[in-house]
Design a protein around this ligand. Sequence first.
Ligand SMILES: *Cc1c(COP(=O)(O)O)cnc(C)c1O
Length: 355
Amino acid sequence: MRPLRATVSRSALRHNLATLRACAPKSRVMAVVKANGYGHGLLRATRGLAASDGFAVLAMSEALELRAAGYRQRILLLEGVFEAGELAAAATHDLTLVVHHEAQLRMLEEARLPAAVAVFAKLNSGMNRLGFAPECYAAAVARLTACRNVSGVTLMSHFAEADAADGVVRPLAVFQRATATLPHPVSLANSAALLRHPETHGDWVRPGIALYGASPFAGECARDFGLRPVMTLQSAIIARQTLQAGEGVGYGQSFVAERATRVGIVACGYADGYPRHAPTGTPVIVDGVLSRTLGRVSMDMMAVDLGAIDTADVGSPVELWGENLAVDAVAEAAGTIGYELLCALAPRVPVQEIE
Ligand SMILES: *Cc1c(COP(=O)(O)O)cnc(C)c1O
């Protein structure tokens, strides 16, 4: 069998959830499990996060999958419904809807539903993606509060720069001004705000990436926040080469050896979700030793330096990221963020859930 596989640790998910809870002890936790649980698998993620107070997803289909699996906690549709036809299912299955736009508000006002739904009314506090403008917000909340199809309103916004030291100051001021007279519960914080800006915690925090043991902060390691990596991507050396000085490896021969170099070929490529843009020097662990990639990542394989690793041979284990190598470090070398690497894990990679 091809040696590439990923493991997903339930105990790491539980640990990270407990760690984040301790960080925001007065808030309820809405675990964000969109994008297939950040690449971990929706139900694999929720099994580890079963103690959360709610789950946030994007698509109705994901929400229904969670209800079908028996989850009774709050389920939030992060972009609300995309068409009026979805409202009845939302009401039947007790889903909570983000309402971010006049058209969604009107759909709710005009619907005939089997039950009222809870909503998160979204304010645009400066991100300029979704949400009511500050000057329209109180009126939108008033209409939602008065709407017979709405059972309760939570005030919500999302930060564009919560990973920056002073990144929540301005949007928080916008939020406080727009909601000063409103008595409803509040939900603002993503992982970065949860970890670094306690003034944003409110009634519901909405962590995503931190639950999976990766960092929302560029250049900072999730371990420093007491978080444990959930996904480990591992493979093995399937061939060995010795390059002579002047010889290259892989497409484009972008790495050329300056001296005789032992090279391992690893069964993992960009079709597995490994970033093709990871340059020579991207960290990788071979037979328990930190090493580096060499040359271009191809579709199914990549090359690694065996130079300093005397024990390495065909069959030696390789860790691409996870338990012993932060996905954040690999992402940084590849010019991206851990989020993207985790979400991009390809369906062809077998995933094993471990304790
Ligand atoms: C994805 C998302 C989150 C989680 O963000 P992280 O940075 O992964 O913690 C929170 N809130 C909203 C609205 C989101 O879309």
